[in-house]
Design a protein around this ligand. Structure first.
Ligand code: COA
Length: 172
């Protein structure tokens, strides 16, 4: 098992994992499968120093991905705030990998310059709710009836977790 920076050749696997989540109507507001080509520009926004996209490899297969995106289109005053997205392939869910990856992100925050993490998930996404709450995220907002999925009104939870910046050592 290995967590590493995603490479462009991982994009088909990243997109396949995302597409597997769309029909569940629990995870994302996308309603139709996306294409690899449509995600190339998205892929190139990532930057391992500030806004990483990591993949989890298990037995040489991509089992999951997690990334950080800048909040509110990257406006400078929000530079220490980032949003987490996480997608685990169905066959690897509920085996602790979500927790492992979110912990990995939390631990990396000081070197990424992130002091506030946000997670946004539908209020009926029990897996995300449990995962993020178990790692210290707290609901900071609930936007009720903000999405329509197969004719059903759904709400969105915005959860927040602060991360202490690494203290400067004496002399820095
Ligand atoms: C939500 C998701 C990231 C959770 O990751 P995971 O690897 O399956 O979760 P873990 O095995 O690490 O479990 C973490 C906790 O959540 C709980 N959990 C996981 N899936 C759950 C579910 N479907 N219902 C209720 N609880 C669930 C686990 O029991 C565990 O609880 P604990 O901390 O009390 O032990 C994963 O299921 C996933 O990728 N789902 C589809 C995509 C998605 O919804 N992404 C989030 C979009 S915001």
């Amino acid at each position: 098992m290995n967590i590493r920076d995603a490479q462009e050749f991982d994009l088909p696997a990243i997109v396949a994992i995302y597409n597997a989540a769309i029909p569940t109507r629990i995870s994302t507001a996308d309603l139709e499968p996306i294409t690899v080509e449509s995600r190339r520009a998205w892929f190139h926004q990532y930057n391992p120093q500030k806004r990483p996209l990591w993949v989890l490899e298990i037995d040489q297969k991509i089992a999951a991905w997690i990334n950080l995106t800048s909040f509110y289109s990257g406006r400078p005053a929000y530079s220490a705030t980032a949003e987490i997205s996480i997608y685990i392939a169905p066959q690897y869910q509920r085996q602790g990998y979500g927790k492992l990856l979110v912990k990995h992100v939390i631990e990396a925050c000081p070197r990424l310059g992130v002091t506030t993490l946000l997670a946004m998930y539908f209020d009926h996404n029990m897996g995300s709710r449990q995962l993020f709450e178990s790692l210290g995220f707290q609901s900071a907002g609930h936007l009720s009836e903000i999405a329509v999925l197969d004719g059903q009104q759904r709400g969105l939870i915005i959860a927040i977790r602060r991360v202490e910046p690494t203290p400067l050592s004496i002399g820095e």
